[in-house]
Ligand binder design. Structure first.
Ligand code: HEC
Length: 128
């Protein structure tokens, strides 16, 4: 009895590769779609039920920021005052790292905002 050499069935193999490539690109696409579905940084910062930064901070250069908040420093000149987006990220993720007694909610550490949401808020802050 002769042993048949093991062979790849070329069409099947090609189909496997194609479907792998297809599923990889498909999941990347749905990820992009997901991040496009996120509210803008501005919407998050202004929203009452999510970011609600305007409960404590004012944004004097944003004419549509409706708030009389004066509990925390106003959002002004953010790009110059916080040239490092990472530093800004840390402050929003968990303000306790800088001021252990802060009343600012630890938005990231307490899962109030996700990492992509905080990044969007930072993009908005950089416009102020
Ligand atoms: C409950 C009040 C409160 C809320 C809500 C709040 N913060 Fe704050 N935040 C503060 C206080 C108070 C400070 C001053 C420093 C400290 O105590 O941590 C501060 C400081 C900051 C700073 C540093 C500002 C500076 O000029 O030094 C940034 C940036 C900041 N907050 C961003 C945000 C963002 C973005 C949000 C919304 C996602 C937010 N904060 C929501 C209270 C708040």
């Amino acid at each position: 009895m002769s042993k048949k050499p093991r062979q790849f069935h070329l069409p099947t193999f090609g189909l496997m590769i194609t479907s792998l490539l297809f599923s990889a690109s498909f999941s990347a696409e749905s990820l992009n779609a997901e991040s496009e579905l996120l509210p803008s940084g501005r919407e998050l910062a202004h929203s009452y039920d999510h970011g609600n930064c305007l409960a404590c901070h004012s944004a004097p250069t944003d004419k549509n920021a409706i708030t009389r908040a004066n509990i925390a420093p106003p959002f002004v000149d953010m790009k110059r005052r916080f040239p490092s987006k990472d530093e800004l990220f840390k402050q929003i993720w968990d303000a306790r790292a800088t001021y252990p007694e802060t009343i600012m909610p630890p938005f990231g550490a307490h899962s109030i905002l996700s990492e992509p949401e905080i990044r969007r808020i930072i993009d908005y802050l950089y416009t102020l």
